[in-house]
Design a binder for this molecule. Structure first.
Ligand code: ADP
Ligand code: ADP
Ligand code: MG
Length: 470
């Protein structure tokens, strides 16, 4: 079925990104927006826009009847959910199907299976693929948590089964902290994800986060588009992503890719998906979870493969077979992405706000900036803090680093404190440059990222007249 009009059930940079691919494919786009987003760029860019009424405390972007109402009103034949919001919500996909429209993503069944981390791990284990060691059951009492943790051995991590976005997890190193961690996790799981289920697995120390991008069509053809290394994180949230990973040999890359395709096949996956692994060593990669949607960091893969992943998602949803096979795909050069967030790195990454004043986005060869910002844009405060993604490509990792550094030096977002300067320091850090880092990098080298405070020798201070103020 060829679509004519597609509704984009998201906001911010990803809504802009999706509208761009729709336009290139000659399809009409429908934006949806909450009242506080009426001046947002995705609304200006789309062919049509539907204003969503508020629905109590919940964001209207998360309210299924409201979004389905916008589908009906705009006569869109399909919906692209982006990431976050309703993108992994099987009830939403089902409601869309019941309306006779197409959800651009996998089946309701695959969303359900992979949306629950306990069920996903059980399914993957049944394929003979290693998952993070742990008990695959929901924990329902403190006594049970203690029992399970003793079997696994400390440290352990308690996680929300429905979790995402790096939230709803606690590392526990000693038995005395188990009860509190369990209670806190359950509460967070309920309030963030509407599902209190938590489970426990081994906490892998000093690991790498390596994920594999897969695409699978409705005719049973599946490919992987290599890996992304997302080990640079803060509080389990990704800050920088790159591809390929220096950690893997070509053989390990092919092996991990094949494993990801096999996992996708096991749930008869269709569309774009990401299989996340946590690696204790290059030969010990454990399945962690599958994200059944487009990922924030998908442009990294687009840059090294030349494949437009959003276009691929749309074509697959239209029933088209993949236009390429595994043999057609290869890794070209190196790409790195940094997330520019409205946060103050000098104050513990607290959220910032404001109105964008002068805006200078970097350009030049091999640079890509995905953003919804424009000069004069007032940041709404209730959404994700990500403002932009800046990427660079290079024939080598070092060339990509130099290019991205140059791009960040050109970037100016006046009026809002962002993480851009932090990323400049990150890219120049010798350990980052050596590519020998783990997910603990930032904790380990926190001192190197502290605010720059210039300590003056007293005679220097006197020389520049500081004392005359006293
Ligand atoms: P990615 O996996 O693409 O790197 P993130 O984990 O950074 O993405 O999440 C992208 C966005 O989606 C964030 O706004 C995050 O809060 C949101 N998100 C991810 N998973 C969930 C979930 N299970 N429930 C609600 N929001 C989620
Ligand atoms: P989310 O759904 O929020 O993305 P994930 O299960 O993918 O949650 O985990 C997010 C991050 O948390 C990982 O990239 C990793 O840094 C850390 N993490 C999660 N589970 C483990 C584990 N068992 N051992 C070590 N680190 C972990
Ligand atoms: Mg994850």
């Amino acid at each position: 079925m060829k679509f004519q009009r597609v509704l984009v059930a998201n906001r911010g940079e990803i809504a802009v990104r999706i509208i761009r691919s729709l336009r290139q494919l000659g399809l009409e786009s429908v934006a949806i927006y909450a009242r506080d987003d009426q001046h947002s760029y995705h609304v200006k860019l789309a062919d049509y826009a539907v204003c969503l009424p508020e629905s109590g405390a919940q964001s209207p972007y998360l309210h299924i009847p409201t979004v389905c109402g916008a589908m009906r009103a705009s006569k869109a034949q399909a919906v692209h959910p982006g990431y976050g919001f309703l993108s992994e919500n099987h009830a939403f996909a089902e409601a869309v199907q019941e309306m006779g429209a197409v959800f651009i993503g996998p089946s309701v069944q695959a969303l359900r299976q992979m949306g629950d981390k306990i069920e996903a791990k059980t399914l993957v284990r049944a394929q003979g693929i290693a998952t993070v060691p742990g008990e695959l059951c929901e924990l329902t009492s403190v006594a049970q948590v203690k029992e399970v943790a003793q079997v696994i051995g400390f440290p352990v991590i308690i996680k929300a089964a429905a979790g995402g976005g790096g939230r709803g997890m606690r590392i526990v190193t000693e038995e005395k902290d188990l009860a509190t961690a369990y209670e806190v996790c359950r509460r967070e799981a309920q309030s963030y994800f509407g599902n209190p289920a938590v489970f426990c697995e081994r906490y892998i120390q000093n690991p790498r986060h390596i994920e594999v991008q897969v695409l699978r069509d409705t005719h049973g053809n599946g490919v992987h588009l290599f890996e992304r290394d997302c080990s640079i994180q803060r509080r389990n949230q990704k800050l920088l992503e790159e591809a390929p990973s220096r950690y893997l040999s070509p053989e390990q890359r092919a092996e991990l890719g094949a494993r990801a395709v096999k996992i996708a096949e096991a749930v008869d996956y269709c569309g774009a998906g990401t299989v996340e692994f946590i690696c204790e060593s290059p030969d010990h990669a454990y399945f962690m979870e599958m994200n059944t949607r487009i990922q924030v960091e998908h442009p990294v893969t687009e840059m090294i493969t030349g494949i437009d992943l959003i276009e691929a998602q749309i074509r697959i949803a239209q029933g088209e077979p993949l236009a390429f096979s595994q043999e057609d795909l290869c890794v070209q050069g190196h790409a790195i992405e940094v997330r520019i967030n409205a946060e103050d790195p000098d104050q513990g990454f607290i959220p910032t706000s404001g109105t964008v004043g002068a805006l200078q986005l970097p350009g030049g060869p091999f640079v890509r900036t995905d953003t919804h910002l424009y000069s004069g844009y007032i940041l709404p405060t209730r959404y994700d803090s990500m403002l932009a993604k800046v990427l660079a490509w290079g024939p080598t990792r070092q060339a990509a680093i130099s290019c991205l550094l140059r791009a960040l030096q050109e970037l100016r977002i006046e009026g809002v404190t962002t993480t851009a300067r932090f990323h400049e320091r990150l890219l120049q850090h010798p350990v980052f440059q050596s590519a020998d880092f783990t997910t603990n990098f930032l904790q380990q080298y926190a001192k190197d990222f502290e605010p720059e405070i210039y300590a003056l020798e007293s005679d220097e201070a006197a020389a520049i007249g500081l004392y005359s103020q006293l």
